[in-house]
Design a binder for this molecule. Structure first.
Ligand code: HAM
Length: 427
C-alpha cells in the first residue's frame, strides 16, 4: 500500500502554491525570451537513447549512471530526456528549422529525468526553462544569452547581489586535446588513489575527472591544471569578446577557471548562475547552481546536421523557485472577487447564472457560489476562508425586489446594488 501512497524517490508533487510559483517563473521567462526573438518548441519526453550518448557524451555521469532508459515493445532503446539541448537540436535538424533565417532562437520548458542521489535541490524529475541559439558564432551571441537570463532574474525580483554569473572558456577541440593531455599527466601521479570510475575517466575522458563527486578524488581538483591556460589565441580572443560585451551591458560576472560543465558537447564559453546563501557562514554557504549553459559548436554536425554554431542555457525551475523564496518576492496568490451566497433553489440558480456571466467576461471575474448545498451561515464562513473580496446574500426577497446588499469583506462596508446591473457587483 505504501508504494501507491508515496511518490517515487526524487520526485516532487507540485501543490497549488508551488504551481503558482512555477507559472510566475515560466511565464516570465517565456515572455522575456519573446523580446529577444525566441520562439517556443516542445519535444517528446523520450528520445532514442543514442541521441544522448552522442550529444551529452557516453563517458559522462548523466549517460553512464543517470538515464532512465528502457526498451519499448519493439526492442528500441528509449530514454526519458535528461536535458533539453540535444532534443531541441534533434528536432531542429529533423524539421529543417536551420533552413529558416538564422540565427534561429528556440526556447522551451520541459521536464527532465536523471537518476541522481536525491538531496535538497537535486531531484530525479525536475524542470528546466531553456534557450538555444543556432547560427551565430560570435561572443555577442553568448553575451545576449547571459543578458536574457540576467533580465529574467531581474524581472523575477532576484537582486543582482544575490547570485554570481561565473564564466569560463573551455576552448576548441584543439585546446581541449592539449588540456586533456595535461590533466592526464597530472592525475597519473595520483592514479592509485583514484576511485574506479576515475580510472576509467583517466583513460577515456580526462576532463570528466573534474566532475567526480567522490570526496577523495575531489582533493586533487584544486591543484589540477586549468583549461583557461590552454586556450589558443583565437579562443582567448573570443573569451575576451564575451567579457567585453558583459562589461558593456554592465552585467557583473566572475571568471571561474574551474567550470568545465558535466556534458561533453561544450566548446568555448561556459557559464553558471550560482546562488550563495549569505545568511550562512562562508564555510557552510552553499552554492546552488540554478542555471547553466554555454556554446556547443560541434553538436549539430555530430548529430547529422550541417556545421552550425550553437549556444544556450537552461535554468532549473525548482532551484529558481528556491532562490526567489530566499531573495525575491513572489506575487501573492489571487483571491476570489465575489462570493454569492444563496438561500433557496431559485437563488441558487440565479447565483450560478450570475457567476457564469461574470466568469465569461474578459478578463474573467473570479466569482464563487455554493455548489455544496451549505447553509447560508456555512457559505459565509467559506467565503471568509477563501478570502473573497466581496460577498452578497441572495434569497427570494432579494430576487423579488431586484436589489441586494454587497459587502466589502475587508472594510465590512455595505452597499445596495441593483441585481439587474451586473457591473455594480464588484464595487
Ligand atoms: P545542466 O547544468 O545539466 O545543463 O542543467 C541546467 C540546470 O538544470 C542546472 O543549473 C540546475 O538548475 C538544473 N538541474 C540539473 N540537474 C538537476 C536536478 N537533478 N535537480 C534539479 N535541478 C537540476 C543542461 O541541462 C544543459 N542542457 C544546459 C544548456 C542549454 N546548455 C546549452 N544549452
Amino acid at each position: 500500500m505504501t508504494l501507491i501512497t508515496k511518490a517515487p524517490r526524487g520526485t516532487l508533487d507540485k501543490l497549488p502554491s508551488d504551481t503558482l510559483k512555477c507559472r510566475v517563473i515560466e511565464e516570465n521567462a517565456l515572455n522575456t525570451a519573446v523580446a529577444y526573438g525566441y520562439r517556443e518548441i516542445r519535444t517528446p519526453v523520450f528520445e532514442h537513447t543514442e541521441l544522448f550518448k552522442r550529444s551529452v557524451g557516453d563517458t559522462t555521469d548523466i549517460v553512464q549512471k543517470e538515464m532512465y532508459t528502457f526498451d519499448d515493445k519493439k526492442g528500441r532503446s528509449l530514454t526519458l530526456k535528461p536535458e533539453g539541448t540535444a532534443c531541441v537540436a534533434r528536432a531542429a535538424i529533423e524539421n529543417g528549422l536551420f533552413n529558416e533565417a538564422l540565427p534561429l532562437k528556440l526556447c522551451y520548458i520541459t521536464n527532465c529525468y536523471r537518476y541522481e542521489a536525491p538531496q535538497s535541490g537535486r531531484y530525479r524529475e525536475f524542470s528546466q526553462f531553456g534557450a538555444e541559439v543556432y547560427g551565430a558564432d560570435t561572443p555577442l551571441c553568448d553575451v545576449e544569452l547571459i543578458a536574457l537570463a540576467h533580465n529574467i532574474f531581474e524581472k523575477l525580483g532576484i537582486p543582482a547581489n544575490a547570485y554570481t554569473i561565473e564564466i569560463n572558456s573551455i576552448g576548441c577541440p584543439e585546446c581541449r586535446r592539449l588540456y586533456q593531455d595535461a590533466l592526464k599527466k597530472y592525475y597519473e601521479g595520483f592514479k592509485d588513489k583514484l576511485c574506479g570510475d576515475c580510472h576509467e575517466r583517466l583513460e577515456r575522458n580526462p576532463m570528466r575527472l573534474l566532475d567526480c563527486k567522490n570526496p577523495h578524488c575531489g582533493e586533487f581538483k584544486s591543484n589540477a591544471p586549468v583549461i583557461l591556460d590552454y586556450n589558443c589565441s583565437s579562443c582567448a580572443e573570443f573569451f575576451t569578446g564575451v567579457k567585453a560585451g558583459l562589461d558593456a551591458l554592465s552585467i557583473p560576472y566572475k571568471v571561474n577557471a574551474r567550470i568545465v560543465r558535466g556534458l561533453d558537447y561544450y566548446t568555448n564559453t561556459v557559464f553558471e548562475f550560482i546562488y550563495r546563501d549569505s545568511s550562512k557562514s562562508t564555510d557552510e554557504s552553499f552554492g546552488l547552481v540554478f542555471g547553466a549553459g554555454g556554446r556547443y559548436n560541434g553538436l549539430i554536425k555530430e548529430l547529422g546536421g550541417s556545421d552550425t554554431a550553437a549556444s544556450g542555457f537552461a535554468l532549473g525551475i525548482e532551484r529558481l523557485t528556491t532562490v526567489i523564496d530566499k531573495t525575491g518576492v513572489f506575487p501573492l496568490p489571487q483571491k476570489p472577487d465575489i462570493y454569492i451566497a444563496t438561500i433557496g433553489e431559485r437563488a441558487a440558480i440565479f447565483a450560478l447564472k450570475t457567476a457564469q456571466e461574470l466568469r465569461r467576461r474578459e478578463p474573467s471575474i473570479w466569482a464563487e457560489c455554493d455548489i455544496v448545498g451549505r447553509s447560508v451561515k456555512a457559505q459565509m464562513r467559506f467565503a471568509d476562508k477563501i478570502g473573497a473580496r466581496f460577498s452578497m446574500v441572495i434569497g427570494d426577497n432579494e430576487l423579488d425586489n431586484g436589489t441586494a446588499v454587497l459587502k466589502n469583506m475587508a472594510t465590512k462596508e455595505n452597499k445596495e446594488i441593483d441585481l439587474s446591473n451586473i457591473d455594480s457587483f464588484i464595487g
